[in-house]
Design a protein around this ligand. Structure first.
Ligand code: CA
Length: 240
């Protein structure tokens, strides 16, 4: 399975460097390797390196300090290579941001497994971070509803507990403000995975939701009852 990911290797031991180049290259990775930290910045500045393998003991740099710097400046996978018994290096390495470590001597298979696993984890982190989907938040009457985290936050910034049904209902209202929504429409929005609901349960839920957002059921100002129609969210909604 060829993965066209770009790896950088910083390792001063020529044999180990060659071994890494060979086994990773054979697995389809594009490998850029160097015997010292010098030159790494330039390679990373290109921005297309997905993962870097750093030897802890380098002639011109402290591999751990280098790891820390890479972590601060770049969003990529980092695997450190340390000598057998350098437990402290491994622990410190992980603490300062390496994703994994390999102990010398190592089997090519182990390197491949760790590289794949770090890249997989990085891949999973990416969508949320890189899709750059803006946080969708709306404010109304002192409240903030966050559609990304599916939460309601009060004026003091404290989260308010809502059931998933109540949350869904509120989300529907806020994203359809000042439009009359029939009970049927509300049921369609709200009852995606709930047990079959009846008109009545929408009314009950709205009653509970009104209480939670401080809307007086006897004289509601946010969720208004529309005679023969359903409900309408009458609060002013702004993007937050
Ligand atoms: Ca070394």
């Amino acid at each position: 399975m060829a993965l066209s990911k770009n790896l950088a290797i910083v390792e001063d031991d020529a044999d180990i460097r060659a071994l890494l180049e060979r086994c990773l290259g054979a697995d389809g990775y594009r490998v850029t390797s160097m015997p010292a930290a010098a030159g790494l910045d330039e390679v990373l500045a290109g921005g297309d390196i997905d993962l870097v393998i750093v030897d802890v003991g380098l002639p011109d740099a402290d591999g751990l300090a280098l790891t820390r710097r890479i972590r601060q400046d770049h969003d990529l996978g980092i695997i450190i290579v340390s000598g057998r018994g350098d437990l402290t290096d491994r622990i410190v390495g992980l603490e300062i941001g390496a994703d994994d470590y390999i102990t010398k001597p190592f089997e090519p298979r182990e390197v491949l497994a760790r590289v794949r696993s770090v890249l997989r984890r990085a891949e999973r982190r990416k969508p949320a971070k890189e899709a750059g989907e803006p946080r969708r938040r709306f404010a109304f009457h002192g409240w903030t509803i966050d559609l990304t985290s599916q939460s309601l936050i009060d004026a003091d910034g404290a989260p308010v507990a809502l059931t998933s049904g109540e949350y869904k209902l509120l989300e529907t209202f806020v994203t359809h403000a000042n439009r009359v929504l029939s009970r049927d429409q509300l049921l369609d929005f709200v009852c995606t995975n709930d047990a079959p609901a009846f008109d009545r349960s929408i009314d009950v839920r709205i009653g509970r939701l009104r209480r939670k957002i401080g809307d007086n059921s006897a004289k509601p100002s946010l969720i208004k009852t529309v005679r023969n129609g359903g409900y309408m969210f009458a609060g002013a909604v702004t993007a937050a």
